[in-house]
Design a protein around this ligand. Structure first.
Ligand code: AMP
Ligand code: TRP
Length: 328
């Protein structure tokens, strides 16, 4: 069975962007693939995190995986730091990575822009992400558009390793949604919707209560004019809201255009809010149940148990190929 792997950082409230760009595909792919879904806590600490908040967010993101429909009997759900092979292979791959490659990463440029001191972890982050993927020889990586560049580096590192030390790693492919790969901010359609935006009105958090969702969407910026038409170049704000609508209501963009022909933005935005609420409400109920049951600890332990053997085997093979003296 082909293998699917992805990860989400426990570094703040997950948003509708994470859900549409990544998690919806996790849920779909678990039916046909062997799946590995991680809470990437080692990635989260590339920017400062409060210890208590990191622990809480790690449990929260894992619980959201389950609440969104990832079934722990079908997919392995685990915390990256519970499988130490990630950090170790991350180091080995860091030594194969060129500074110039890391300097070109747009996520690094964005996250370090204007900062006085930038952690070295933020810089080498893509090598750790490559390790996450290559440890399991994953074939397909469901992510949003912003991760494409990291994935290209992963492919280059896999090829570099294979040509230096003999064919070993599978070269992974990205799996990016056609619509919704980049959900934009509600207040500015030139920026991606992000949990790290200081203005909470710019994103829908997966755990926002229905009234907050309605309020945020009614205040979402819209382009001038009144036509509900998909045209990201000329109508970026409305096109973004249409992508959200299409995902939450399960309809196509042209069906939305037909539905709101001649009606202006008002009716469209009102219905949009109801579709988003209807998508998130069941997830929120399930989330509350999982959190109060405390079951997430067992799910994460089971996940780490399931994947550890495979991860350790890869690490051992890699070390052997690179010339490390194996113990024993
Ligand atoms: P992160 O929150 O950075 O850990 O991202 C987790 C996953 O969600 C990655 O696959 C991202 O590409 C995806 N993602 C994050 N924000 C968005 C967005 N605004 N639109 C689409 N996908 C997103
Ligand atoms: N870098 C990804 C992000 O910020 C998260 C991530 C870490 C990831 N390891 C991964 C995604 C492996 C896919 C596969 O969104």
């Amino acid at each position: 069975m082909p293998r699917v792997l992805s990860g989400i950082q426990p570094s703040g409230q997950l948003t509708l962007g994470n859900y549409i760009g990544a998690m919806q595909n996790f849920v779909k792919l678990q039916e046909t693939h062997e799946c590995f879904f991680m809470v990437v806590d080692l990635h989260a600490i590339t920017v400062p995190q409060e210890p208590a908040a990191l622990r809480e967010q790690t449990e929260s993101v894992a619980s959201l995986f389950v609440a969104a429909g990832i079934d722990p009997t079908k997919a392995s759900i685990f915390a990256q730091s519970h499988v130490s092979a990630h950090a170790e292979l991350g180091w080995l791959l860091t030594t194969l990575t060129y500074i110039g490659e890391l300097e070109r990463m747009t996520q690094f440029k964005d996250k370090s822009a204007g900062k006085d001191s930038v952690g070295a972890g933020l810089f080498v982050y893509p090598a750790l992400m490559a390790a996450d993927i290559l440890l399991y020889n994953a074939d397909l990586i469901p992510v949003g558009d912003d991760q494409k560049q990291h994935l290209e580096l992963t492919r280059d590192l896999a090829q570099r390793f294979n040509s230096r030390y003999g064919d070993y790693f599978t070269i992974p492919d990205p799996y990016i949604p056609k619509v919704g790969a980049r959900i934009m901010s509600l207040d500015d359609a030139s920026k991606k919707m992000s949990k790290s935006n200081p203005n909470p009105g710019s994103y829908i958090a997966l755990l926002d209560p229905p009234d907050v969702i309605r309020k945020k969407l009614s205040r979402a910026t819209t382009d001038s004019g009144r036509e509900v038409k998909y045209n990201p170049a000329e109508k970026p704000e409305v096109s973004n809201l249409m992508s959200i609508y299409a995902h939450c209501a399960g309809v196509t963009l042209s069906e939305i255009e037909t539905r709101y022909e001649g009606q202006g933005y008002g009716a469209f935005k009102k219905d949009l809010a109801e579709h988003v609420v209807a998508t998130l409400e069941p997830l929120q109920h399930k989330y509350a149940e999982i959190r109060s049951s405390g079951a997430i600890h067992d799910i994460l332990k089971q996940g780490a148990d399931e994947v550890s053997e495979k991860a350790n085997r890869t690490l051992r093979d890699v070390k052997e190929r690179m010339g490390f003296l194996l113990p024993g």
